[in-house]
Ligand binder design. Structure first.
Ligand SMILES: Cc1cc2nc3c(=O)[nH]c(=O)nc-3n(C[C@H](O)[C@H](O)[C@H](O)COP(=O)(O)OP(=O)(O)OC[C@H]3O[C@@H](n4cnc5c(N)ncnc54)[C@H](O)[C@@H]3O)c2cc1C
Length: 425
């Protein structure tokens, strides 16, 4: 191992960067750092994109400006606690550990806070396609990404009525969000049931037909351009100098570094704490099933409004993905949570064959205010943090990568990153 390059005074424009975590966020950060001339090593005990990034609904939801904790959330808490099948459920056994996160989550649902969070999300969402474009081009991944819009459909009139303020919030941010009646919806998606009462169309949204393949394609480009992927777990940091650690300790040896990026998804909290950032990161567990032979072909990705999950046509089949279970990283999955999703999907799409799909549970890395952490460690100048993207990790991965590269080069970031700073709590 050669000596680290000089990090005194200012960070080098190029040097050795170690990115902990090869989910879609870590991979996009690695790609943007590489484009700036950094010599980047991605470290992950598992294959790239096999964590939470494996199983999402694939949406590039550039109109996602509504936080999870909305002003009406307090009224839902009893149901969250009593019904383990609810779209948003809490595991009793995890409640004592969750309590501080949950209080912050509820605090973030104040109307004034929702307005601020929504503004911050709008600024980063505005960059989604611009920042993905060069990465997709370099990786030759055009076949994996489509931009044809996103439909939402409801059979329950009360849920439809409850959704209208979300559309209004999107429009207030200058986004296109059209409310549609049942006939207009069925013209766009003929597979929808006759008893659909209404919904929406978000024409700007995109999706990937294979989230895992997209991350893998990005990693192949990263390696082609000289990047290194190491199968190892980051366990600590050492050789602290003026700017922070000069070496990353893994279970497979040490890596010298001039810059460290923590992008370990739901597992980032301990690593960040070791590097001077105490962040209230927890996890929102989500579920999916992929039905290889669904008996119908959807034209567009679809939000099942009644069950609050996505139904996305993917290369591997039709994927039903979503819902939230607050239960920590360690508890075993409760795949019975897929049953109400299958029932809702079948009612919305009567031709759908729901039997025989795969089952998966993933851990969204989630902050209580629905905003990611993108910023510098308050203690160490050569440590950058990129995690906590919750429901939007795929969508915001490329903009996050670009911002990480801006911060690494000590440039004024493309957008104001103050709302994402790690020390905001
Ligand atoms: C059901 C569901 C549906 C979703 N739908 C969407 C959607 O449609 N659109 C969207 O934008 N987002 C969606 N999301 C959210 C999105 O998938 C996540 O926000 C995103 O995958 C997070 O990416 P990440 O890179 O931060 O984390 P991950 O993909 O989890 O990657 C973190 C990586 O860090 C590694 N790691 C952990 N500990 C260490 C360590 N000590 N050292 C080194 N590496 C380590 C892990 O092995 C893992 O590979 C959905 C999530 C779920 C669960």
């Amino acid at each position: 191992m050669s000596a680290p390059s000089d990090v005194k005074g200012r960070l080098p424009g190029s040097g050795r960067a170690v990115v902990a975590g090869a989910g879609v966020v870590g991979v996009c950060s690695a790609l943007y750092l590489q484009r700036e001339g950094w010599n980047v090593t991605l470290v992950d005990p598992d294959g790239p994109g096999e964590g939470c990034s494996f199983g999402n609904a694939g949406l590039l939801a550039d109109t996602a400006v509504v936080p999870v904790a909305t002003p009406d959330i307090l009224a839902s808490v009893p149901k969250m606690l009593l019904d383990p099948m609810a779209p948003l459920a809490i595991r009793w056994s995890y409640l004592p550990k969750l309590a501080p996160w949950l209080l912050r989550f509820l605090a973030a649902s104040r109307p004034s806070r929702v307005e601020e969070i929504s503004q911050a999300l709008a600024t980063i969402c505005a960059r989604v396609f611009e920042d993905f474009q060069p990465l997709i081009a370099d990786a030759g991944a055009q076949d994996l990404v489509q931009r044809r819009g996103y439909l939402g459909a409801y059979r329950n009139p009360a849920k439809l009525a409850g959704m209208r303020w979300e559309l209004a919030l999107k429009r207030s941010r200058g986004m296109k969000a059209e409310e549609l009646g049942p006939e207009e919806l069925r013209q766009l998606e003929p597979a929808l049931a006759r008893d659909v009462v209404g919904g929406y169309f978000l024409p700007g949204c995109g999706h990937t037909v294979n989230p895992l393949a997209l991350t893998q394609r990005f990693v192949a480009a990263f390696e082609r351009l000289g990047g290194t992927v190491r199968r190892a777990r980051v366990v600590d940091f050492t050789d602290f100098g003026e700017d922070g650690p000069r070496a990353v300790v893994t279970d497979g040896g040490q890596l010298l570094c001039d810059l460290v990026v923590i992008a370990a998804g739901a597992y980032s909290r301990t690593l960040a704490a070791r590097l001077g950032a105490d962040v209230p990161l927890d996890t929102e567990r989500g579920y999916h099933t992929v039905i290889a032979d669904p008996g119908i072909q959807l034209r567009l990705p679809l939000m099942c409004g009644d069950g609050s999950f996505g139904i996305t046509p993917m290369a591997t089949g039709l994927r039903l993905a979503g819902t939230v279970e607050l239960g920590g990283t360690e508890a075993a999955p409760n795949h019975r949570r897929l049953e109400p999703m299958r029932a809702h999907a079948k009612a919305l799409l009567p031709g759908l064959k729901v039997e025989g799909g795969t089952q998966w549970m993933g851990r969204r890395p989630s902050m209580p205010d629905s905003l990611p952490v993108i910023g510098r460690s308050p203690q160490h100048r050569n440590v950058l943090l990129a995690f906590g993207h919750g429901h939007l990790g795929l969508t915001l991965s490329a903009p996050t990568g670009r911002l990480i590269a801006d911060l690494a080069s000590e440039r004024t970031p493309a957008i104001d990153v103050t709302p994402f700073r790690p020390e905001r709590f």
